[in-house]
Design a protein around this ligand. Structure first.
Ligand code: CA
Length: 237
């Protein structure tokens, strides 16, 4: 899945990009607020990690404007500003969660998964149906009771399709969800990925709609009970 990393500190940005990459994320990294706005407008990101103290446009302003324009990308604010005021303002402006530097990578990854699940309308880590279920935490898929592990790209593809059951996603929509900037995408990359996925999920699981794109075959319902979303305000760094 793609994440937009907005961080002007070279060292923090480098190490985060590398760590997120190792965790299977495609990372687009920008270093100022204006570039963050244009990247957000163009890209289809599962999540944005946003520093607040940024050149050219403050992170808080980036967030406020994105939400004012109806952008619903889940946002985790990463900042050294640990005052209660800054946290409250960030959450009021539409941040989904807040982490104060320094933080543990494992906690950041868990928060990212949590805000993405909440955006998907589920506080549960499973999406899909009982016949085809995706675990957002372990990146495992379960087909008729059989579990198997997915690669980062397979996971991004299936997550995109399951998020909008029944909707047709075009090649470019899928590419946007799977690949970050600078990643080489061959013209048949999506076809190859879908071919592999059909072997894992069954040949009928992902349907091709000629000339338009692909959709998931069954219209899966959200799996599992809905839990109360965790409140974001109470976290301590
Ligand atoms: Ca900064």
């Amino acid at each position: 899945m793609r994440v937009l990393l907005v961080e002007d500190d070279e060292m923090i940005g480098q190490s985060l990009k590398q760590a997120l990459g190792s965790a299977g994320w495609s990372v687009d990294w920008v270093k100022d607020g204006l570039l963050a706005q244009s990247a957000l407008a163009d890209g289809d990101y599962a999540c944005m990690l946003l520093d607040l103290g940024l050149p050219r446009r403050d992170g808080m302003e980036v967030l406020r404007q994105a939400r004012a324009e109806g952008d619903r990308t889940p946002v985790v604010v990463l900042t050294a500003r640990d005052s209660v005021d800054a946290r409250v303002t960030g959450l009021d402006f539409g941040a989904d969660d807040y982490l104060v530097k320094p933080y543990e990578l494992q906690e950041l990854l868990a928060r990212m998964r949590a805000v993405i699940r909440r955006r998907d309308g589920s506080a549960h880590s499973l999406i899909g149906s009982s016949a085809l279920q995706l675990d957002l935490t372990t990146r495992e898929v379960q087909v008729d009771g059989e579990r198997s592990q997915l690669s980062a790209r397979e996971f991004a593809l299936l997550h995109a399709l399951l998020e909008r059951p029944g909707a047709i996603l075009s090649r470019s929509q899928l590419e946007n969800r799977i690949y970050g900037w600078g990643e080489e995408v061959t013209s048949n990359a999506v076809d190859v990925l879908i071919h592999v996925m059909r072997r894992k999920l069954g040949s009928e699981a992902i349907r091709n709609v000629r000339g338009l794109g692909w959709r998931i075959a069954a219209a899966p319902s959200s799996a599992g009970p809905r839990a109360q979303p965790a409140t974001a305000a109470g976290h301590t760094p």
